[in-house]
Design a protein around this ligand. Structure first.
Ligand SMILES: [Zn+2]
Ligand SMILES: [Zn+2]
Length: 244
């Protein structure tokens, strides 16, 4: 299968000089997806079918509920509820129609789990937005290595970037190990390792100064770069982008 490349979005995200290239890409995609779901244009039939089936995870429900467009959320939730109700009815009927095993006096009701609980468990984690983001992340990582292997300017841009949050650093290294030979992997490490350590030092310094600022003796001192130290530290540690 031919890999789908996103060279323009990846280069644009890199130019934003954020804390992590992949977090920048993710955040943009996430807001595009949610804006589309809640937006004024009529949702395409196949996407509507997907959101009806999958619903959203806790994080994305919270994000959508936090937006102004409660009607958009209600419309999406309305048809998802209908779908869940239908599925649940079928599975509950099947569960209730099960005959208890005759000799199973001491046997627990359902040792191996059931389709009913499997469905409910699956629903807890299923999310249309997360699904879309996971699929696209594969293309972003393909694009990253496509550019890394072919374009020296791209490598240079990475060298001058802030590197990656720990989650995406892990992803870059794991994928790098699979996609590059030993020498090329060593080169990837030699470019990214100093970035990661330097950025952790910088954030540490900024968080330390942020803490100092709570001391009344420093209250009139400038904030330096520490005003957003905490959101940057949280993102670096967890890939979670929080607003300042
Ligand atoms: Zn990241
Ligand atoms: Zn989600």
């Amino acid at each position: 299968m031919k890999e789908e490349l996103y060279t323009i979005p990846v280069n644009e995200a890199l130019e934003q000089d954020g804390e992590c290239l992949f977090c920048t890409l993710n955040k943009k995609l996430e807001s595009d997806i949610l804006n589309y779901i809640l937006g004024p244009s009529y949702m395409e039939e196949d996407i509507r079918g997907e959101t009806d089936k999958l619903g959203f995870c806790k994080k994305h429900y919270a994000q959508m509920y936090g937006e102004q467009n409660r009607l958009g959320v209600a419309l999406m939730v309305d048809t998802h509820l209908k779908h869940v109700r239908e599925e649940l009815k079928k599975l509950l009927d099947a569960e209730q129609a099960k005959k208890p095993a005759k000799k199973g006096l001491f046997k627990k009701a359902d040792e191996g789990g059931s389709e009913l609980t499997a469905y409910l468990t699956e629903l807890e984690d299923s999310c249309y937005a997360c699904n879309r983001m996971n699929v696209r992340m594969k293309s972003y990582i393909d694009t990253f290595f496509h550019l890394w292997k072919r374009e020296p300017e791209f490598k240079e841009k990475i060298r001058n970037s802030k590197g990656f949050c720990l989650e995406h650093f892990n992803m870059v290294l794991s994928e790098g190990k699979k996609r590059l030979d030993d020498a090329k992997y060593a080169e990837l490490l030699s470019v990214t390792a100093p970035l990661e350590l330097k950025q952790l030092d910088t954030i540490q310094e900024d968080v330390d100064w942020f803490i100092q600022k709570f001391d009344y003796r420093f209250k009139d001192e400038p904030w330096k770069n520490s005003k957003d130290a905490l959101p940057r530290a949280i993102q670096r540690l967890s890939a979670l982008t929080v607003e300042e």
